[in-house]
Design a protein around this ligand. Structure first.
Ligand code: PGA
Length: 249
């Protein structure tokens, strides 16, 4: 049984004050869905918001969780500017995004460091969300599959597939408004699943997910949820995504 996971990735947006305002408006809009569905709903917020948000969601239904957007592979050490898994565990965090394309593109993240970060998260009982996806150029050169298979092969080396979420995020669809065709996202996610030892891993789609396309995305049989950037910043829009129209699959 694959669990649906609807995740917001706030990236480097929202102060604590803005985060509070978001939740005040967001919670009433999703309360019913949280109480009546098994879906995992989570928001991956900037580090400075995490302590406040974790204590805030302690009073909401348990399927609403807070996650981080990165974690270092060492438990502690001389790594200026980094945050370790024990630090996240101490806050009670259960999820962390790893290998987002913005980390790969702007901060030199490689499949090898992604693999190390995944291992550290799992060692401390945190569920990592591994992001994979091809560039526009790779897609145009028919290298989509090869790119993703390489990211999976290296990223998932010695990783426990029973404590893992994968997000397929075609890079050209992130923040561009240019959503991947839902059939195509479904096809690629099916291919990703075939590469896994555990076919029940939750695999999300990410890239310009919005209220207008969420129902169509969630109707695809291989897609087990979404990772949402821009549209997760606004309460009404993210609530509409959380309250997608469910079609049994
Ligand atoms: P977007 O971002 O929804 O703004 O395209 C998705 C992501 O980067 O995870």
């Amino acid at each position: 049984m694959r669990r649906i996971a609807i995740a917001g990735n706030w990236k480097m947006y929202k102060t604590q004050r803005e985060a509070k305002e978001f939740f005040t408006d967001f919670l009433p809009l999703v309360q019913n869905r949280l109480e009546t569905s098994e879906d995992q709903v989570l928001i991956c917020a900037p580090y400075t918001n995490l302590p406040f948000l974790v204590s805030f969601v302690a009073h909401t239904p348990a399927n609403l969780a807070i996650g981080a957007q990165n974690v270092h592979w060492a438990d502690s050490g001389a790594f200026t500017g980094e945050i370790s898994a024990p630090m996240l565990v101490e806050l009670g965090l259960k999820f962390v995004i790893i290998g987002h394309s913005e980390r790969r593109q702007f901060f030199g993240e490689t499949d090898a460091t992604v693999n190390q970060r995944l291992k550290s998260a799992q060692k401390h009982g945190i569920t990592p969300i591994l992001c994979v996806g091809e560039t526009k150029q790779q897609r145009d050169q028919n290298q989509t599959e090869a790119c993703i298979y390489a990211q999976l092969e290296h990223g998932l080396k010695d990783i426990d597939q029973n404590n893992l979420i994968i997000a397929y995020e075609p890079i050209w669809a992130i923040g561009t408004g240019d959503t991947c065709d839902t059939d195509e996202a479904n096809r690629v996610i099916g291919l990703i699943r075939k590469q896994l030892q555990n076919p029940n891993v939750t695999i999300q789609y990410g890239g310009s997910v919005k209220p207008e396309n969420i129902d169509e995305i969630m109707a695809q049989p291989e897609i087990d949820g979404v990772l949402v950037g821009g549209a997760s910043l606004e309460p009404v829009s993210f609530a509409r995504i959380v309250n997608y129209t469910a079609i049994a699959h």
